[in-house]
Design a protein around this ligand. Sequence first.
Ligand SMILES: *Cc1c(COP(=O)(O)O)cnc(C)c1O
Length: 430
Amino acid sequence: MTDGPTYGFDTLQIHAGARPDPATGARQTPIYQTTGYVFRDADHAAALFNLQEVGFIYSRLTNPTIAVLQERIATLEGGVGGVCCSSGHAAQIMALFPLMGPGKNIVASTRLYGGTVTQFSHTIKRFGWSCTFVDFDDLDAVKAAINDDTRAVFGEAIANPGGYIMDVRAIADIADEAGIPLIVDNTTATPYLCRPIDLGATLVVHSTTKYLTGNGTVTGGCVVDSGKFDWSANDKFPSFSQPEPAYHGLKFHETFGNLAFTFHGIAIGLRDLGMTMNPQAAHYTLMGTETLSLRMDRHVENAAKLAEWLEKDERVDYVTYAGLKSSPYYERAAKVCPKGAGGLFTFAVKGGYDACVKLVNALEIFSHVANLGDTRSLIIHAASTTHRQLSAEQQEAAGAGASVVRVSIGTEDADDLIADLDQALSKASS
Ligand SMILES: *Cc1c(COP(=O)(O)O)cnc(C)c1O
């Protein structure tokens, strides 16, 4: 199918990137379970290796099943190209890799997935990179944190675990003024609820492990490029603007224009870092994307029902869902993610740590799991698991205090989920 701008989201999530298999006519995208591809002749091989012709060489770089997924996610996000990776964390490194260098830094929101906080505060230092964390609700603080060595601004559209909403447009304007890209992690919102590129983001990263696959089967990630950033406007991004010695002095931006980031991601990033998605994972994720909007509508509907029910319950202290009128993010959510504030939120249980532990033990439909974005409802008590090593103050700052549980609301019957929470809350408060 040719992806015209006239097609709606529900059509694109099924068809974008896919076409009947040229060899067999197979309607569903085959799993191309192959590492290598036979060259037509020696000239064809040389042209592929010189990036003069686009084609398949070796599955660390490109694979037809993964190519469909890349095009599909990029289309749903409104970008020009995508690079799939082995996990969401791999996608984050792949996004930063061509932008950064020793001594360079990023400015990131304090409200991020816990694993991202660790990756940015410790692991990237080994590359000579660093990260300054700031409260993205304080725009002056974001501006003040950017210096001459800053190469990107990074935040989550709907931040895990609290469901905080980022003012993507305002942060994008700040990045723009500084001549650097804004990278948005759109994992918890998905392109159905939020389109960061429309709001000014340059790059979008995903953990496809979550809602895009949607059933907790495979890990994966993707970086989508808006194609809108001028990599040659200043001298900050030599990976794109300057000659690349590993390709005989080719300049990516000059040669590939608005596809510079995508080509670099495949020809350098995947080639040399090797954080490649496998074709089986791409298949599962392609299956997931076909029903994305249907699932997200139900996730949002159920999350809203449960959040409202919990907010009124005496055994509950507070609920942090941005879809609740009582949330300080309610109005911003309507602008940033007009189709709903997602399926993820936290709530605090009266009775603190012990009550939370009893609650997760007593639930029958909800699983106690360190994952999110599954059709199944999931719950985690961060203070006794993912945030166990942190001090009480650090736990509070992360929105993961001792009395707080995070839920990822699934697509089951809302009434069954409410009944499950009701019986477990009774056990927790007895
Ligand atoms: C899970 C997650 C990640 C990391 O993705 P993996 O696929 O687990 O590597 C990054 N950001 C957010 C918001 C996530 O939920």
